[in-house]
Write a protein that binds this ligand. Sequence first.
Ligand code: GDD
Length: 319
Amino acid sequence: MKILITGICGFVGGYLSRCLVRAGHVVCGTRLEGERVPDFLRDTEIHVLDLTQKDAVGDVLRESEPDAVCHLAAQSSVALSWRDPAQTWEVNVIGLIHLLEGIRAMDSNPRILLIGSSEEYGKVTPEEIPLREDHSLRPGNPYAAGKAAQEMLGRLYAEAYGMDIIMVRAFNHTGPGQAPTFVIPDFAKRIAAMEKGQMPKELLVGNLEVVRDFSDVRDIVRGYAMLLEQGRAGEVYNIGSGQGYSIRDLLQRLLAMTVEAIAVSRDPARMRPSDVPVLIGDIRKITDHTGWKPEIPMDTTLRDVLEDWRQNDGLPGRK
Ligand code: GDD
């Protein structure tokens, strides 16, 4: 299959493209103007595209003629969505409408994988954990509301026009190359800098009590590939580890990987206007439908991220 990955030069896009190529597919992709192309994508067909530009979206689809589309491109930061909700919706919702309309105008009916988020579930009580796909959505921030809207549009286009759309709710994932705006590389980057004597040994942190279902990006992209091949049209799938980790636990694991004595202090500026306390997914559906299961242990992921910052300054897109 020829698979178009929107946002191919992003953190997940690089891992996904390599996973799909290994599985025998041809990949092409889109990137934002000015976004760096990693060396391993130098020979790949990549179109510069701003998803908010309707006509440009149609042009890229006509030129690339994909058999499937994996829609990763997004404003992916919850924190940034509080600061700029309009831009978050412009890219994540209006951009998706342009993409769906462009695909609808094609003669073929390519399979589309829409990457949503566990944040769509929003505030849940401990009794509702683990979250199944049929659980209600109560998004608690502008990013989450946009991802829920994206999923509703996916359902609508699948039902109204018979388009081959699979929707995914991805739980938190990390790995080498993730931007340090996200919590694990944020901690790892600063621990590595402290080890090099580049900053004082005090780690300022936000809310350590929240519990999230974390996995390794390399497991997640393998799941996306399996969904593209074996997922069922019109269905929504959770993808994650099915395990809850508090941010405090993850931080302690990282701190146990360094010999430095590092003090941890709470920084009110790192707290969010509202943070969902617990999100853990039930991943039986994806396992039942595709056989996918996460494989990489959490300590391996954490060690790889820390090592990446120690050795390479964790440059995004390099991996
Ligand atoms: N970044 C950061 N820095 N987060 C911190 C810190 C800190 O110092 N201290 C605590 N946290 C908490 C945040 O408040 C949040 O609850 C949690 O760590 C995880 O934050 P992020 O890594 O920024 O990710 P996220 O959960 O907001 O969003 C990610 O996961 C979603 C899936 O659930 C993103 O990858 C989204 O795109 C994705 O949809």
